[in-house]
Design a binder for this molecule. Structure first.
Ligand SMILES: Cc1cc2nc3c(=O)[nH]c(=O)nc-3n(C[C@H](O)[C@H](O)[C@H](O)COP(=O)(O)OP(=O)(O)OC[C@H]3O[C@@H](n4cnc5c(N)ncnc54)[C@H](O)[C@@H]3O)c2cc1C
Length: 436
């Protein structure tokens, strides 16, 4: 069990820990993703004991670029051990961190201080520091019995929990077993995402460097109905750094990974590129029709950056391409309240799934966790009911899921883009950033 930090023992110059002394208050967190780790950080700071479990072998694994909003990461940095300034958090996790940069994104919708582009695995690594995480704990069974939740893990161990937070994300095994009817809805969009690794010289000589400047992401809206919405972002891969005798870093400049997305509304159920029911392991099977469609793109309408990426459909075949499903999910408020009365709380993507194109899911995962830790403190002090957490939060999630769906509609529709150049809720996000 991870016990929270208490104080610095000045005599021994060491940190000492103490439990809260509140019986039954140990919070068992399932899922060491963004929500689970952010919650663990906040509980540690509030001296509330917790355990954290995850099916993966370690914090590494998949990595993708995520746009993070400052009202979200700005509320987590104080709970890190040691605490970080938001600026340093950005520098540690940004896609261009190896150059000491802070992941700037060009956006006409939002001022640059409000958001940046991070690497998801780097964010998790920073949040995971100092926690004793139980890796390799894949749930195979969940049983509810009066005030106890019994978890069985694939590795043969079990856990009898009186207080459980499910932060198992979109694929949460806990939620899937407990609430099998809570299915996600696949939205009618065709989305393909690819990665292309290039050397730094290719990046410079082919004009990418000039196009990106100091920014890390760009996109192109459709000009007319039927054209795709295109995005491209970049990640500077950390160099295999070596030091010379004077301690200076020598060696090649880091390679760059260009990450693109191609998306458009589905043309009905017979669209060969729209595969809402494809099994998980077929995400890498890319139909030839996709490359044919890219070859048909009207090249003269593409910006020079998109032209470089999408000009050669044959070249795209060498990229690592995935078919992305755009899912939305919202567990009903009534279900969440019933579970809260049994001291089971769902947070992050487990409770509300947003489509990953132009997503804000990672920011909400952090926000949910920090707000829940605050609420829990009040609950443990007898000031509120656990279920009260969901009154404001469920309304917020509902609004965000609806807005995310509308945003997908907007970015694919030239008429809507003209009418609404920026997403209406951005004003809310800017206001939140200023209030931190
Ligand atoms: C390709 C992609 C791009 C994205 N881009 C953005 C973006 O730009 N901005 C943004 O805000 N969000 C983005 N998102 C969404 C964002 O990553 C999620 O909303 C966020 O990570 C949710 O945090 P979470 O802690 O709820 O879940 P996760 O971070 O997914 O963590 C869930 C944890 O539970 C564990 N787990 C439990 N049960 C299972 C199981 N059965 N199977 C697998 N794992 C399990 C996992 O190992 C993991 O550690 C993107 C997502 C994807 C996939």
């Amino acid at each position: 069990m991870s016990l929270p930090r208490f104080d610095l023992d000045t005599k021994r110059g060491q940190r000492v820990f103490k439990p809260t002394g509140i019986p039954g208050a140990t919070v068992n967190i399932y899922g060491a993703g963004i929500a689970g780790l952010a919650l663990a950080c906040a509980l540690r700071q509030k001296c509330i004991p917790y355990n954290i479990y995850d099916p993966r072998p370690d914090v590494g694994g998949h990595s993708y670029g995520i746009n993070l909003l400052s009202w979200a990461y700005g509320s987590v940095v104080d709970f890190l051990d040691p605490p970080m300034k938001p600026y340093d958090f950005r520098r540690a996790t940004a896609v261009d961190a190896c150059f000491g940069r802070r992941g700037r994104i060009y956006s006409s919708d939002l001022p640059s201080f409000t958001h940046y582009r991070a690497i998801d695995s780097e964010v998790r690594k920073v949040l995971a520091q100092g926690h004793d995480i139980h890796w390799n704990h894949k749930i195979t069974n969940v049983q509810l019995e009066k005030s106890t939740t019994h978890l069985t893990f694939e590795n043969g161990s079990t856990k009898h929990s009186r207080f459980l937070v499910d932060a198992g994300g979109e694929q949460s095994a806990f939620r899937n077993i407990l609430l099998p009817s809570s299915q996600a809805t696949v939205l009618p969009y065709v989305v393909y995402a690819g990665r292309r690794r290039i050397t730094h010289s290719e990046y410079r000589d082919a004009g990418y460097a000039e196009y990106f400047g100091t920014y890390n992401a760009a996109w192109q809206y459709p000009d007319k109905q039927g054209e795709p919405f295109l995005t491209v972002s970049k990640v500077h891969l950390w160099p295999d750094q070596k030091s010379n005798a004077a301690g200076a870093v020598v060696g090649d400049m880091p390679d760059i990974e260009l990450r693109w997305t191609y998306s458009r509304p589905a043309n009905g159920p017979s669209d060969p590129l729209y595969r809402p029911n494809r099994p998980k392991d077929e995400a890498t099977k890319i139909p030839e029709a996709f490359y044919q469609e890219v070859a048909q793109l009207q090249k003269e309408r593409l910006s020079s950056l998109m032209y470089k990426l999408f000009d050669d459909a044959e070249q795209l075949k060498n990229d690592r391409v995935l078919h992305w499903l755009q899912r939305k999910r919202l567990v009903s408020k009534n279900t969440l309240l019933v579970l809260a009365d049994k001291k089971i709380v769902l947070l992050g993507d487990s409770a509300h799934g947003l489509p990953n194109l132009q997503s804000k899911g990672a920011s909400y995962a952090m926000y949910d966790a920090v707000r829940f830790a605050e609420h829990l403190q009040g609950y443990l002090a007898g000031q509120s009911q656990l279920r009260d957490y969901f009154e404001p939060m469920h309304a917020l999630w509902k609004e965000e899921v609806e807005m995310a769906e509308k945003e997908l509609e907007r970015i694919h529709d030239p008429m809507l883009i003209k009418r609404y150049p920026a997403r209406p809720t951005e004003q809310l996000h800017v206001a939140r950033s200023k209030s931190i």
